[in-house]
Every structure is written in C-alpha cells, then in structure tokens.
Design a binder for this molecule. Structure first.
Ligand code: ARG
Length: 484
C-alpha cells in the first residue's frame, strides 16, 4: 500500500524530474497522475529489468564494477523491503519505477544515481509490463488446462450416456454428453493457442528504446534482451515505447476466455434449474439464499457470466484509449495497467473456481436421456434412411416433415405415422427406438460413440502437448526468475 491510500498531508514532494520546474508539484497533480496505488504488481519485474539493465551498463563501461555491485545489492535490498512490506513509500513516488529508483539511490548513493542511465520510464514501464504478462499468461494457461482436465474427466465418466443437443435452445438431435463437454474443451484449446501466440508477440524487448529515440550511449539492447529471456529486440525505438498491441491482444484473449466461461456458466445455470434438472452442483460450490431457505444457487456460474462483461469492457476501454494517440509515449498509456491487472486477476479467479466446480458436479444421465428420447429427435435419421435408398434429400425431408405434422395434428405418434407411410414403413420406424439415433452419428467429429472415442484421444493428446509446451516455456523463464 503506497502513500496514496491515505491523505497526502502537507509534505512537499520532490520528484525525480523536479529540477526542470520552478515549483513543486501540486497535490492535485500528484493525486491525479500517480500510478503507485496500482502498479506495485510490476515491482518484481521492474527489479528484474533493472538488474539486466545494470549488466548492460557495466558491459558498456558506463558503470564500474564496484558501482554495479553496490547497485546490485541495493536492488536486492529494495526487493527484500518490497517483499516483506517494510519498503517505505514517499509522496513523490509517482509510480513503482520511481519508488525503486529513488530507494536504490538512497541506498547506493551517487552510484545508485547511475541506474537510470540510457533508460527512460517509457521503455522501463513497457519492459516490466511485458515481463509481468509473460508470467501471468503462463499461469492462466495452466489454469485453463485444469478446467479442460475437469471437463475431460466428466466426459470420460459420462461414457455412452446421451442428452439432447440443442439449436435455438430447442431439442435438435441427441448427442453424447461427452461430446457436449468436449465442445467446451476445444474452445479452451483455442484460448491456449491464442495465449502462446500472445506470448510470442510479448517476446520482444523494448529496453534500450529510451524515451523514444534511443541514446548516444554505447548500450547493447540485444544483450539486455537476452538477459531477460526475450528472443527478440525492438527494431524501432518509437514503436517500442508506444506499442500496446500486446496489451490489447492479451485483453482480447482474456475476454474470449471470459466468454467461454460465460457460455458454460449459462448452461450450468440452465441445467441446474428444476426445469432441466441435468446437473447438481456440489454444496461447497453452491450458494444459499439469505431469505428463501430452500434455495441452492449456481453463483460461480452466474458470476463468471457477469464478469465476462467486465473483461470485454477492459478490452474496449483500452482500445479506445489507444486509438487516437500520436507517437510516441503519452501519459494516456498509463491507463493500460488497471484493465490488464483486473482482467488477469478476474480470469484467474474464475478459472480456478470453474475447475473444481465442474469436477465436483453430478450429471443426471437419466434426466438427460429422458429429454433426448423425444420422438422427433430422430427425424433426420428417417430422412437420411430415405437418402441411403436413393431419395433426393429435399424430397426425403418433405416426407418426414409431413409425418411429423400429421402426428402432431392427429395426436398420434411419429412411429405410427412412419410405420404406415409407404416410403418409410416399419423398418424405418426402428430408427425411432431409444438411443438409436445417437449411435448413428458416425461421421468424423460427430456426436456418436465412435467419433467421440477418437475425439477423446485427440483431446487427451492435445492437453499433453500443451502441458509440455507450457512446461518448456516455464523452464526457460523460471531460470530467469531464479537468476534475477
Ligand atoms: N507510470 C507511467 C506509466 O505507467 C510510467 C511512465 C511515465 N513516463 C513519463 N514520461 N511520464 O506509463
């Protein structure tokens, strides 16, 4: 917690940029422009980048070995103070970067004042933000995999049980329960693709771009990039400090994850209602009502649905912030942090709640089967039966539709109509038997037992591939966390 949580008092602030100005900053200016109240999440990454920058300065001969050692140990101390919350912030600390530099300079004296050589907060802040997102996105990827594993576990348990598949929320065709659950699983697989994609765009170091134009000093941005585990380095200093595409992309990925959670959430809300009765949530993942003693509510599912709006808002808000900005850095860009931090935190919370909620829910297969064994759910099978015997599809559709209409108007069953129909007859009527239709969904990627068992293997392989991809990345970057 910085000094911004409380009243600023009457203390006169001395900022790092004070020398240029004849008067100290107004209290209102500091209150309005500070980001310390929310950017402390970047502390660890600022220090990581400062250590790499320091090595770069030493390599360039801009900081002597003794000085570097002193600054290094001051950075260690600052890190310690921040970790154990003994760091004391000052009113002049407008952001975490300023606070760290101020304290390093206090601890290391005149040598400390060299840490900001050939660096601007403009390249510093965007470096820290890229590093922060790198680690957070990897964690989110792991959280998604946990949800996928819960879905896969439920799908395997569901075996050959089936349920109605819907279009327009009207019963359309029976599908295996597993097929429905895997459908959500594949959507998350694409979110993981997008995270890896995002990580590759994050993998470029902006450090060394300076305020906007680079520097006259002999630094080597590629060396620093390498120290920070970035495989690429910026090509244009102005682009490096003003680019927030990576932030927008991240917000898009998080909003899409939110949408995917929201869609499952909506189904869980429906399915757990008395009207559907397809699922019961574990008591520990349900809430009660403060007034109605009998209620058991699916609040996690609803709140995920609600929070997806917030994640979309964070994306559109930052897009609007970025759209009219001239090159290069503008203070508007400070507005990138709160939406990013918020979307990251909310996505993590939702994913972490969803995995065990899904893992502990009970599916009521009897109820699902009962709804799926609707006499009309095999109507398409009747039409396809005719097609197999040479009837053009459009004509087959018409024959079956007429049987359906007749059954409804006469108050008879479809089976009766089909049995007495000359083109269909008793052989075709067998298709209306319980559970017959779903077994006939044999085509690639279809909803029947044969393709779903192939899909189950593909899904398990996909999870395995993503896990190893993620652990390769985690190993590559964890080394850096240890080194820092
Ligand atoms: N807190 C600022 C931000 O988040 C740091 C950069 C400030 N740069 C500047 N030229 N005032 O963007």
């Amino acid at each position: 917690m910085g000094p911004w949580a409380s009243d600023l008092g009457t203390e006169v602030a001395v900022t790092l940029w004070q020398a240029r100005l004849s008067e100290g900053p107004a209290r209102e200016l500091l209150e309005f422009t500070q980001s310390l109240s929310f950017d402390q999440k970047l502390a660890r990454y600022d220090i990581m980048a400062s250590r790499a920058h320091l090595k770069g300065l030493q390599k360039a001969g801009l900081v002597a070995r003794q000085e570097a050692l002193l600054i290094e140990s001051s950075l260690d101390k600052v890190e310690e103070e921040l970790m154990d919350r003994t760091f004391s912030f000052e009113v002049s600390d407008e952001d975490i970067h300023t606070a760290i530099e101020r304290r390093v300079t206090e601890l290391a004296g005149p040598s400390g004042a060299k840490i900001h050589t050939a660096r601007s907060r403009n390249d510093q802040v965007v470096t820290a933000l890229r590093l922060y997102l790198r680690y957070e996105l990897m964690e989110i990827c792991a959280n998604i995999i946990e949800v996928q594993e819960a879905l896969a576990q439920k799908a395997i348990e569901a075996a050959d049980n089936y349920m109605p598949g819907y279009t327009h929320l009207q019963r359309a065709q029976p599908v295996l329960v597993a097929h429905h659950l895997f459908a959500h699983g594949w959507a998350f697989a694409r979110d993981i693709d997008r995270i890896f994609d995002c990580l590759s765009r994050l993998d470029s170091s902006p450090l060394g771009a300076g305020a906007l134009a680079g520097t006259s000093l002999a630094i080597d941005p590629s060396f620093v990039a390498d120290e920070l585990g970035f495989s690429k380095v910026f090509q244009n200093s102005m682009d490096a400090v003003s680019d927030r595409d990576f932030a927008l992309e991240t917000l898009f990925v998080l909003a899409t994850i939110g949408i995917h959670l929201s869609r499952i959430g909506e189904e869980i809300v429906n399915w757990s209602s008395q009207e559907f009765g397809f699922v019961s949530l574990a008591d520990s993942f349900s809430t009660g009502s403060s007034m109605l003693p009998h209620k058991k509510n699916p609040d996690i599912a609803e709140l995920a649905r609600g929070k997806s709006g917030r994640l979309i808002g964070n994306l559109t808000g930052l897009m609007a912030t970025c759209k009219g900005l001239p090159l290069a850095y503008n203070r508007d860009l400070q507005e990138d942090k709160e939406p990013l931090f918020d979307s990251i935190e909310q996505a993590k919370l939702a994913l972490k709640a969803f995995a065990p909620m899904i893992a502990t829910m009970t599916l009521h297969y009897d109820k699902m089967r009962e709804s799926a064994d609707n006499q009309f759910s095999a109507a398409i099978d009747l039409a396809e039966w005719l097609v197999e015997r040479g009837t053009p599809f459009r004509r087959a559709h018409e024959i079956v539709a007429k049987c359906v209409a007749k059954a409804l108007s006469d108050g008879t069953t479809l089976a009766e109509q089909v049995t007495k129909n000359v083109e269909l007859g008793p052989e075709a009527a067998k298709l209306l038997g319980k559970g017959v239709a779903v077994r006939r969904r044999t085509s690639l990627g279809g909803a029947g037992p044969a393709p779903v068992s192939i899909q189950a293997d593909q899904f398990a392989n996909r999870i395995e591939e993503d896990c190893s991809k993620l652990s390769r990345l985690a190993n590559r970057f964890a080394k850096l966390l240890d080194r820092s």
